[in-house]
Design a binder for this molecule. Structure first.
Ligand code: 4AD
Length: 466
């Protein structure tokens, strides 16, 4: 009996050795009645296997069995590794397995709702194929999401979620190395944490409650609880009504909160070092995944500086004004203005990753600290990749009376957040933090056009299944 071997490990060094592999039958090609080729895939690596009728080892029934397998079935293949005379097209491994035994571990239905070869093609490949008169069906996004367990088997999608995993890993590693403590805050809370209407309300054993719109209140309360520096990776719920390319009703929040000694710039320093380290680690550790994504969805590598550019909101709107885009001085940037500014910044400073800070207070949540020198502005910031927001952050109000006043001024029922406000009555250090949308980071780092591509099972206003 051959030894269990990963498809990835199959190479010339194993010539004439007997191996046992498990994978999916990605392609099945019968050649007459005595021979069939199988391409077996495991974790994105593929190997060609030859099932050929032979007097003493392989029966014609076995060839028939192989030829009748359905695509994407899971099979165990036992056979001998050989080196073919010509290069193998359509497989990542340049050896062939002469099959001796074949078992079907799990059978897929005969007709799949998505053709995975078509689902893996780039737009250019689709156009070329169509022009050549090939029969192919463009797999639209809803179909992909309806059959997500199939859709995510394509190389680009495998790449996307491995990159996503690395973003979370880089975030955690960096913060742990900087003395942050990982926390887990409740997702069932009594009142809304960000204000506004975008909150899922529910009945909590007879009491009104919400799904947390962010860990905002509890991460701040952890600072009151003496943890000094905390972070969290967890689900965030927003009852968004907008059906856009960048909003989900549930996403993964990467949140940070920390004491600050003097200035909210200390929080931006963490953003700077954290993200430069994260981008470096993606470029170093995810080369294969980035290539897989880029070959289906071509994109240019992200341009970023070793020290992240910081502009004030006033500088930003001046840059826009200089090219004829008028922005309310105490208003907010709309999506279009953010994009435009991203483009101007990229042209002028050669970076597609930058921080915009000192936003007008009126457009920030109630807990945001106003600027000491001009309370029309705030100690807050947003961070952009390719002209789209991935982070918002700020210094927070840590004086309970003022916090109460700010919440009321922003139309929040102070009773629903009284335990939060009370937390500041027992001594609360100056602090600040930020929240990052994981799916947005991956979408924008890879230059993708829709956040649904970077959420494994996306939840949007029209979708709660699968
Ligand atoms: O800008 P937001 O709403 O800020 C907060 O939640 C604050 N509590 C953060 C803080 O610490 N001050 O959300 C933070 C990030 C956004 O920049 C964006 O990347 C992402 O979360 N985000 C969404 N991602 C997907 N779908 C949505 N509906 C999102 N809303 C925000």
């Amino acid at each position: 009996v051959g030894e269990w071997t990963r498809v990835e490990a199959l190479g010339g060094a194993l010539e004439n050795r007997s191996v046992l592999i498990r994978g999916r039958a990605q392609a099945i090609r019968p050649v007459g009645k005595k021979m069939a080729f199988l391409v077996i895939r495991e974790n994105g690596f593929t190997v060609q296997c030859l099932v050929q009728a032979q007097a003493d080892t392989v029966s014609p029934q076995m060839v028939k069995f192989a030829a009748a397998l359905s695509r994407e079935s899971i099979v165990d293949v036992e056979g001998v590794v050989s080196i073919p005379s010509a290069p193998i097209k359509g497989a990542t491994q340049q050896v062939e397995i002469q099959v001796r035994k074949l078992y079907c571990v799990s059978r897929a239905v005969p007709t799949l709702p998505i053709n995975l070869e078509d689902a893996a093609r780039s737009e250019v490949e689709i156009e070329t194929a169509l022009q050549a008169g090939e029969q192919l069906v463009r797999v639209n996004q809803d179909t992909r999401l309806n059959f997500r367990v199939l859709d995510v088997r394509t190389p680009a999608n495998q790449g996307i979620f491995r990159i996503q995993s690395q973003v979370g890993n880089a975030f955690r590693q960096f913060l742990l190395s900087e003395g942050f403590c990982e926390i887990h805050t409740p997702k069932l809370i009594a009142g809304s944490s960000e204000g506004g209407a975008a909150v899922f309300r529910l009945d909590y054993k007879g009491q009104p409650a919400c799904l947390a719109q962010s860990p905002q209140l509890h991460k701040q309360m952890s600072i009151c609880g003496d943890f000094g520096r905390v972070f969290e990776i967890g689900p965030v719920f927003r009852a968004e009504d907008s059906y856009t390319h960048r909003h989900l009703c549930e996403f993964t929040g990467l949140d940070v909160e920390m004491e600050i000694k003097k200035h909210y710039f200390e929080v931006m320093d963490i953003v700077d070092r954290l993200f430069v380290a994260m981008f470096d680690s993606l470029n170093q550790n995810c080369k294969k995944d980035l290539e897989a994504v880029g070959s289906q969805y071509p994109f240019e590598p992200l341009k970023y500086l070793r020290t992240t550019l910081r502009l004030t909101y006033e500088e930003g709107i001046q840059m826009l004004k200089d090219v004829g885009v008028e922005i309310e001085p105490y208003g907010d940037l709309n999506t279009e203005a953010e994009r435009k500014l991203g483009q101007l910044v990229s042209e002028k400073y050669g970076t597609e990753f930058y921080i915009l800070h000192r936003y007008p207070l009126a457009v920030r949540p109630f807990y945001t600290m106003p600027c000491y020198d001009n309370p029309a502005y705030s100690n807050s910031f947003d961070v952009f990749i390719r002209g789209e927001e991935i982070i918002s952050g700020a210094q927070r109000v840590h004086v309970p009376e003022f916090l109460e006043q700010r919440a009321a001024a922003c139309g929040i029922d102070v009773k629903t957040i009284s335990t939060y406000i009370d937390s500041f009555r027992y001594g609360a250090p100056p602090h600040g933090g930020f929240g990052v949308g994981l799916e947005r980071v991956v979408m924008l780092f890879c230059g993708l056009n829709n956040i649904r591509k970077t959420s494994l099972f996306p939840r949007d206003p029209l979708r709660i299944a699968p």
